[in-house]
Design a protein around this ligand. Structure first.
Ligand SMILES: [Zn+2]
Length: 199
C-alpha cells in the first residue's frame, strides 16, 4: 500500500513493456473510469484496488438494464451464444434492480469472464465481477436450451451481481472503514453469502 498517499487520486496508464510494441487485437477491460483507451483514474487507492483490470483479446457483449450499461468481456476458448446469454442476463438483472426499488449503486457494470475446461468461481467488486466458468456452462451457439450447467453459470452471474448491493453497499460495520494494513474479518458472511427466509 502507498503509505501516506492513500487518499490521493490515482491514474493508471497501461503500456507495453517495449515501447516499440503495440497491444495488437488486445484491449483493456475494467470498471475504472476511462480517460483514454489505456488510461484510467480512481478516486483513491482503495477505489483503485476495487476494480480488476484485464488485458486480453475479448469476446464482448453489451446490453442495457433499466437504462444502465452492462458489459461482459469473455476470454478463453468458447463457442458461446452471446445473444442468448445477454437475453437471459437482462431478465435476471432487471429482477435485481427492481428488487432494490431501482436504487443502483453503480452507473455501469462489467463482468470479466474467463472460460476454462473445468473451473467455477467468482469475486465481486464495486461495479464489476471476475467470473471463472467451464466451457460446458456457456450456452452453445445454435441452441437455446437451459441446461443444468448453463443454469449454474447464470446463478454465478446472479450471485456476484447481487453483491453490488449485498456486501459492497449494505455491509458489515467492520467493512465500512477498511484497514488495508491487515486482514479485515467479519462473522456475518452467513447472511451476506446467501440465506433462505422460511415464512
Ligand atoms: Zn458471494
Amino acid at each position: 500500500m502507498p503509505l501516506g498517499f492513500e487518499s490521493d487520486l490515482c491514474e493508471l496508464n497501461i503500456k507495453p513493456a517495449n515501447q516499440n510494441q503495440t497491444l495488437g487485437n488486445w484491449s483493456c477491460a475494467t470498471g475504472l473510469t476511462a480517460l483514454g483507451d489505456m488510461n484510467f483514474t480512481a478516486r483513491n487507492y482503495q477505489d483503485l484496488i476495487d476494480h480488476p483490470v484485464e488485458i486480453a483479446y475479448f469476446t464482448k457483449l453489451e446490453f442495457n438494464v433499466r437504462g444502465i450499461s452492462h458489459k461482459m468481456a469473455i476470454t478463453g476458448r468458447h463457442n458461446a451464444n452471446i445473444k442468448c446469454l445477454a437475453k437471459d442476463l437482462v431478465i435476471i438483472y432487471t429482477h435485481h434492480i427492481d428488487f432494490f426499488n431501482g436504487i443502483v449503486p453503480f452507473d455501469k457494470y462489467l463482468f470479466l469472464t474467463l472460460v476454462r475446461t473445468n473451473a467455477y468461481g467468482g469475486l465481486e467488486y464495486k461495479n464489476s465481477s471476475s467470473l471463472i466458468c467451464s466451457r460446458k456452462e456457456m450456452p452453445v451457439l445454435g441452441e437455446h436450451n437451459i441446461t443444468p450447467e448453463y443454469t449454474r453459470f447464470l446463478a454465478l452471474c446472479s450471485h456476484e451481481y447481487f453483491h453490488a448491493w449485498w456486501i459492497k453497499t449494505i455491509k458489515p460495520d467492520s467493512f465500512h472503514q477498511l484497514d488495508l494494513n491487515t486482514e479485515n474479518y467479519t462473522q456475518q458472511l452467513w447472511i451476506f453469502e446467501g440465506f433462505y427466509l422460511i415464512l
